[in-house]
Design a protein around this ligand. Structure first.
Ligand code: ADP
Length: 472
């Protein structure tokens, strides 16, 4: 009889962030929602992450499982292992009073996550769960993959590393990594700097993983090229047979305008226009704008060079506003340079632009519900969730053709897409969008409704993960 491969069921996600416990960006959305989708695939996926001090352990009913000692930076550190059940998913949370202070990326991230990886290695035998696969996410947990890959395959779990963003690779000085027990001698040559002083944590994980994934098919192709490979394209090419791009899904329960508890007004598909008008009025009143008369645009993002803020050229925008009036809300925080740029735009165009430097889930949800167009003019975008959320809420996305944006938005069918990363090209696309809104409302509405009918839930992608887990 042919042998039937046992189906793998126990997966442990190791990651820096997971919604709803702690969120900074899309990584949290994905780590927090994929385990629920995998349940339908008969996979028990649990999450192991730091108990960042912003997480209210009591409030989520976290129970202490064990306390262990972790040697790091010449000291013995106490790490308490907690277990919690949140939205029917089991979390293991590692608490330490020195390293996991504040929010996800506060402090020195290399030290914080090298410590986390070291703590995970100590804590694993104390968990009441024997994972068949460890699924790590981004550079923060890549050292774990590298370290475990040194064991014989028969003795260790399968190892998967998902790259959510190649821009962040975790370059660390040799001596810093050594403080946490990650010795330079164990890193592959491709993960070392030319001067021999620095280590690339992500590259170490890429070499060690059995399989590597990234978050959209287009990004999986792009990162093999110098334009998008961020210096790791050669290494990634050498592993291309083990690299797969799986499009992120959206938590369709969380992002559902009909039931979203954060919205001023809920609306189903049939009330799209009236529902959006009500939400638009609430936002208009709140920000002292008058969007009932003009199209309302928004951008919600981490403010970094990735997100296309450099394309918001003041002169071109004010000229456009004279031709086709619009109002624009920018919500985000991050690099100072972009916070200043966005604030300056609002100051220069006080009757047209509002900038809110903050991370606010309630405001974000209400903006998705209120706006007519949603802007994602990214320089690069591994997947991007905001354009999918926007479509679900009936806001038409205007995106640059890159990575996951290319895979999810079809020009003139579900949104507007431009290619060249240039302010003039971006503003020209905005002009096309505004003209459409003013002069061809029926065409605008067709885009809106086509976007709303797309299925961005995990339904399509969860089976691809199952297939991957079974292939190891
Ligand atoms: P990235 O992971 O690069 O930050 P994604 O598009 O994959 O980008 O995911 C961003 C997620 O973070 C979305 O859920 C988006 O709504 C949310 N988000 C980004 N900035 C803010 C903000 N300032 N306030 C609230 N939510 C935000």
């Amino acid at each position: 009889m042919p042998k039937i491969k046992k189906s793998i069921r126990k997966i442990l996600f190791c990651a820096a962030e997971a919604a709803p416990l702690a969120k900074v960006g899309g990584l949290a959305d994905v780590v927090g929602s994929l385990p629920t989708a995998l349940k339908n695939q008969k996979i028990d996926a649990r999450i192991l992450m730091p108990a960042h001090s912003v997480i209210a352990l009591k409030k989520i009913g976290a129970q202490k499982l064990a306390s262990v000692s972790v040697v790091a930076a010449g000291k013995s550190e106490k790490v308490v292992i907690y277990q919690a059940r949140v939205q029917n998913i089991t979390y293991y949370l590692l608490q330490n009073k020195h390293y996991f202070i504040g929010n996800v990326y506060e402090g020195d991230n290399c030290r914080k996550y090298l410590f986390f990886c070291r703590a995970v290695l100590v804590a694993l035998p104390f968990l009441p769960f024997r994972p068949e696969i460890i699924h790590a996410h981004d550079f923060h947990t890549a050292p774990l993959i590298m370290e475990l890959s040194r064991q014989a395959r028969i003795k260790r779990p399968g190892l998967i590393l998902t790259i959510h963003n190649l821009q962040h690779q975790g370059w660390t000085e040799n001596k810093t990594a050594a403080e946490f027990g990650f010795n330079e001698a164990n890193f592959p040559a491709v993960a070392k700097s030319q001067d021999g002083q620095w280590l690339n944590l992500l590259a170490g994980g890429i070499v060690g993983a059995d399989k590597i994934t990234t978050v959209s098919p287009s990004y999986a192709r792009e990162i093999l090229t110098p334009a998008y490979g961020q210096g790791l394209e050669k290494l990634l090419r050498s592993r291309r047979h083990d690299l797969v791009g799986i499009l992120n899904g959206l938590d369709f329960k969380e992002y559902d305008p009909e039931h979203d508890e954060l919205l001023a007004w809920n609306y189903g598909r049939r009330q799209l226009r009236s529902g959006k008008a009500l939400n638009k009025k609430v936002i208009g009143d709140y920000f002292n704008l008058s969007p009932d008369k003009v199209p309302l645009l928004a951008l919600i993002a981490r403010f970094s060079n990735q997100k296309g803020l450099d394309l918001f050229d003041l002169k071109l925008l004010s000229a456009l506003a004279k031709k086709y009036p619009f109002q624009l809300i920018l919500l985000g925080s991050g690099e100072k340079k972009y916070e200043v740029l966005a604030s300056n735009l609002a100051r220069a165009l006080p009757d047209k632009v509002r900038t809110i430097i903050a991370f606010s889930e309630p405001l974000a949800h209400n903006l998705y519900a209120a706006v007519d167009y949603f802007l994602v003019p990214s320089l690069f975008e591994p997947c991007g969730l905001t354009q999918m959320i926007a479509m679900r809420y009936g806001a038409v996305p205007i995106v640059r053709a890159t990575g996951g944006l290319k895979d999810t938005v079809k020009n003139n069918k579900t949104g507007l897409v431009f290619k060249k990363y240039e302010a003039a090209v971006f503003i020209k696309t905005l002009e096309t969008a505004l003209r459409l809104y003013y002069q061809h409302p029926e065409k605008y509405q067709a885009l809106q409704s086509a976007g709303q009918h797309q299925n961005w839930s995990w339904e399509a992608s969860a089976p691809a993960y199952r297939k991957l887990y079974l292939s190891i």
